[in-house]
Write a protein that binds this ligand. Structure first.
Ligand code: ACO
Length: 426
């Protein structure tokens, strides 16, 4: 086995080198502390591999993303979101029989417990749908309790996975209906995954909604593009929280909370708010770019930059093309799209962005499409969470099946006082 040699004071420590399927290399430091007393320090886990995984591959330098070996562009073009969910969770595409069983499970689990619906009535209409979503997903551990040991059973795990993938769609649509004061639209058994969601979102007794094949296709594609992205902030959160052996619902609830932040999935909402602000205040593109570069300003270009991608995010490329095609087909001139295109062009020519490898990420153009499809801005991150659900579930399961299994527990370098005392009374 290949080994790395680490010279530490007077010792030489040999550390195994681990190589992934795609040639990625890592140094296994599992025994470093036992052998040397040293730990590694890696702020923000910039160089730390937390696991071995066979779910998703990302090459940030080349701009490649694959789920279980299949390129994202192939999946976005050809697959159904439910097939991709199955692929992520089970490792293979479903055969005809497996597809039927999974589809039945999704249909049978689309309703919410009627008592759970009462929760919505005590929520103020101003509540952010991400807060409602995380609360409701955690509440699933109240209404559908399953002890951790039970979840080790494959059938129970699969049922919980189907419940989450199916019910998140109902919860998402209900939280929107609640925010606009409309009656809830219940899931329908005759509709497919995306059509059912769109119907629950947009149908109303006074204005019946017709599900267009184009809206269904776009929704399907958007969910696929968000379905997994290896060890990002929310997925690592799901793994870390899940490693305490808490149930699957609470683990993914923690992931939803992590996703909400503007540095992660919340950026899709921030992008549209930023573009709207630029439009409203008539800011020049030059001044926006200068502001984003200014070290004294807290402003960053939302939807730009990525920890892993130092090249074009392949999801962004697909979304940009789809957004442009959508607008062109309808002969719409969207001022926000025009600002986004100008910003991208200016940033990609600017040395600051070039030197740092800052490219538009998945969140830069997704909001433009969501908006054109009729979704309000504060639902964007909820749509991201719906897409990401299969990825979180698959990663949770892979972590629990890994050998040896370990609770996630990083160390630290303490820099506080050596000794202090309780103050004497004065
Ligand atoms: N605008 C302006 N400058 C930026 C941006 C940006 N969007 N992103 C990074 N930079 C600069 C930083 O200021 C830093 O500059 P410095 O080296 O002079 O200090 C350098 O580029 C490196 O950036 P870091 O923040 O150190 O990179 P990190 O990998 O820690 O962060 C992150 C990545 C959080 C995505 C960052 O690029 C960012 O804040 N982007 C905007 C928010 C965003 O779009 N988030 C969504 C990411 S995709 C997703 O999670 C689904």
């Amino acid at each position: 086995m290949e080994k790395a040699k680490l010279h530490l004071e007077s010792q030489i420590i040999e550390l195994p080198i681990v190589t992934g399927t795609m040639g990625e290399k890592g140094i296994d430091i599992t025994n470093l502390r036992n052998e040397s007393g040293f730990i590694t320090l890696d702020n923000g886990y910039q160089n730390t591999g937390s696991c071995k995984s066979s779910i998703t591959f990302v090459d940030g330098e080349k701009g490649i993303l694959k789920y279980r070996g299949v390129d994202i562009s192939e999946l976005a073009e050809k697959a159904m979101f439910t097939e991709v969910a199955y692929l992520l969770i089970n490792g293979t595409f479903p055969n005809a029989e497996e597809k039927k069983i999974f589809s039945t499970q999704l249909t049978e689990n689309s309703m919410l417990h009627e008592d759970m619906i009462k929760f919505f009535h005590s929520v103020p209409p101003t509540a952010h749908p991400m807060a409602i979503l995380s609360t409701m997903v955690n509440a699933m551990s109240i209404f559908y309790p399953q002890y951790f040991v039970e979840q080790q059973n494959d059938d129970v795990y699969k049922l919980m996975a189907a419940r989450l993938i199916s019910k998140i769609r109902t919860i998402a649509a209900f939280s929107y209906k609640k925010s606009i004061g409309d009656p809830f639209v219940y899931p329908r058994h005759d509709l497919r995954y995306c059509g059912n969601f769109l119907n629950m979102m947009f149908h109303s007794p006074v204005k019946p909604y017709e599900i267009s094949p184009e809206a269904e296709r776009l929704m399907n594609m958007l969910l696929i593009l968000h379905a997994d992205h290896e060890q990002n902030c929310s997925t690592s959160t799901v793994r870390l929280v899940g490693s305490s052996k808490v149930n699957l619902y609470s683990s993914v609830c923690a992931g939803i909370c992590a996703l909400w932040g503007p540095l992660h999935g919340g950026a899709n909402q921030e992008v549209i708010e930023m573009l709207e602000h630029i439009k409203k205040t008539n800011m020049s593109i030059k001044s926006v770019i200068e502001n984003a570069k200014d070290k004294n300003s807290t402003f960053k270009l939302s939807g730009f930059g990525h920890r892993v991608y130092k090249n074009f995010d392949p999801r962004m490329k697909i979304l940009k093309k789809e957004a442009q095609a959508f607008l062109a087909k309808r002969k719409i001139s969207d001022p926000l799209m025009n600002i986004a295109l100008e910003l991208e062009e200016a940033a990609l020519k600017d040395d600051f962005f070039i030197e740092r490898g800052l490219y538009p990420n998945v969140d830069f153009y997704s909001g433009i499409l969501y908006r054109e499809m009729g979704f309000p801005t504060d639902m964007f991150t909820v749509l991201f969470a719906m897409g990401r659900m299969p990825g979180w579930i698959a990663q949770w399961k892979e972590m629990h099946d890994s050998v040896p299994f370990k609770i996630g527990r990083p160390r630290q370098i303490y820099i506080g006082p050596k000794e202090a005392h309780y103050p004497e009374s004065q």
